[in-house]
Write a protein that binds this ligand. Structure first.
Ligand SMILES: NC(=O)c1ccc[n+]([C@@H]2O[C@H](COP(=O)([O-])OP(=O)(O)OC[C@H]3O[C@@H](n4cnc5c(N)ncnc54)[C@H](OP(=O)(O)O)[C@@H]3O)[C@@H](O)[C@H]2O)c1
Ligand SMILES: *[C@@H]1O[C@H](CO)[C@@H](O)[C@H](O)[C@H]1NC(C)=O
Length: 330
């Protein structure tokens, strides 16, 4: 049997760890790299991790863009680990198109945060399995090709988009999850992945923007103004719960939100607050996922007449923060 061919589009923090796992599982992986292209081409990746130890490895092939992939090569999976920038040009669909045309079996896996990020891709590739993934894997690329991954946590929750996709799409999800598990990680196939996506939004919706705007960890933020800081986070969660109920996502409720916020409360008490990824992006002058995580939520709120004054305020401030970053590089 020939090995499974995988293309990873955007091989930074998450992508480099999945590349390691997929190669461990015996896949031939092509890495599409942008700013770390030369470093990865010359020296491969260096992974410093708790879960997998310290590792050095090279992808099966490194390219600068999807157009540079061998034209006769058929990929089983195109794993997207670039940040999600809905509406940006060229679109993600356009960037991966060279390996998609005439290959209805190639599955696209979106390992990205946010909500409503799938349609833009699915509309362009109506035959292909679209797998939506929710990633729990705290990793950071600290220098080009060097990845630090200091925790054991490693979980991909994955399911088809839409939930009622054909059986062959469902089996692609199972096959992909099995590869990550074989590579030493964790993965779960979900019947309706949107529930998991929205559950993560309960945390990312308030905490990523608050981190980016204040440069505080979640724990520190909660201690900066009592009861206002806590109330802000909690009420954003309540707005997301109301929106989920209105658009028909089950299980996104107060109990789920309490679980999420109690983690931050504990970190406040123990002085072990977490730097959210958007906070790290701001510190490093990198563009962050304002639309995928916040913009898509507030727009959906407007479409469905769900009042979201707290999150809308945060969105407007975060958009301006993003503007300043793009304009001034900081
Ligand atoms: N890191 C985490 O701990 C974590 C945890 C859970 C979920 N996530 C989610 O996972 C996704 C990926 O995050 P990440 O932290 O891995 O991001 P990241 O470290 O910034 O890596 C993304 C990589 O994609 C590359 N890229 C972007 N556009 C590209 C293009 N057109 N062609 C080639 N390469 C391209 C970037 O290159 P450049 O350096 O040139 O921009 C970068 O190397 C995000 O949706 C994030 O929210 C991350
Ligand atoms: C992996 O794929 C690349 C690109 O098609 C190819 O050059 C290389 O020989 C493959 N490696 C293995 C071990 O099959």
């Amino acid at each position: 049997m020939t090995s499974t061919n995988i293309l990873i589009f955007g091989v930074g923090s998450i992508g480099a760890v999945y590349l390691y796992q997929l190669q461990q599982a015996g896949c031939n992986v092509t890495a599409v790299c942008r700013s770390n292209y030369q470093a990865v081409k010359d020296d491969g990746f260096t992974l410093k991790s708790v879960r997998f130890g310290d590792q050095r490895y090279k992808p099966g092939l490194v390219v600068r863009s999807v157009a540079d992939c061998p034209s006769d090569k058929i990929y089983d999976f195109v794993l997207v680990c670039a940040k999600s920038f809905p509406g940006s040009k060229p679109s993600l669909a356009d960037m991966i198109r060279p390996v998609m045309v005439g290959r209805p079996q190639t599955a696209i896996v979106l390992a990205q945060n946010g909500i409503n990020i799938e349609k833009e891709v699915a509309d362009e590739f109506p035959e292909n399995p679209i797998l939506s993934g929710v990633v729990y894997l705290p990793a950071t690329q600290t220098a080009q090709g060097t990845i630090e991954y200091p925790e054991m946590l490693n979980l991909l929750e994955v399911g088809t988009y839409p939930a009622d996709a054909p059986r062959s799409h469902k089996s692609a999800a199972t096959r992909f999850a099995d590869l990550l598990i074989k590579g030493g990680g964790g993965a779960e196939v979900h019947e309706d992945i949107q529930i998991a996506r929205w559950s993560k939004l309960l945390m990312n919706g308030p905490w990523n923007p608050i981190g980016a705007l204040t440069l505080c960890t979640d724990g520190d933020f909660l201690l900066t103004s009592t009861p206002f800081a806590y109330d802000l986070v909690w009420e954003v969660m309540l707005e997301i719960i109301a929106l989920a109920a209105k658009v028909g996502i089950p299980g996104i409720d107060v109990k789920e939100a309490e679980k999420r916020i109690s983690l931050s409360k504990r970190r406040a008490e123990t002085g072990t607050g977490r730097e959210m990824s958007m906070l790290q992006d701001v510190k490093q002058g990198r563009s962050f996922e304002v639309e995928a995580i916040v913009g898509n939520a507030v727009r959906l709120g407007r479409d469905h007449s769900v009042p979201m004054p707290r999150l809308e305020t945060i969105y407007a401030l975060l958009k301006a923060r993003h503007f300043a970053l793009e304009k001034n590089g900081k």
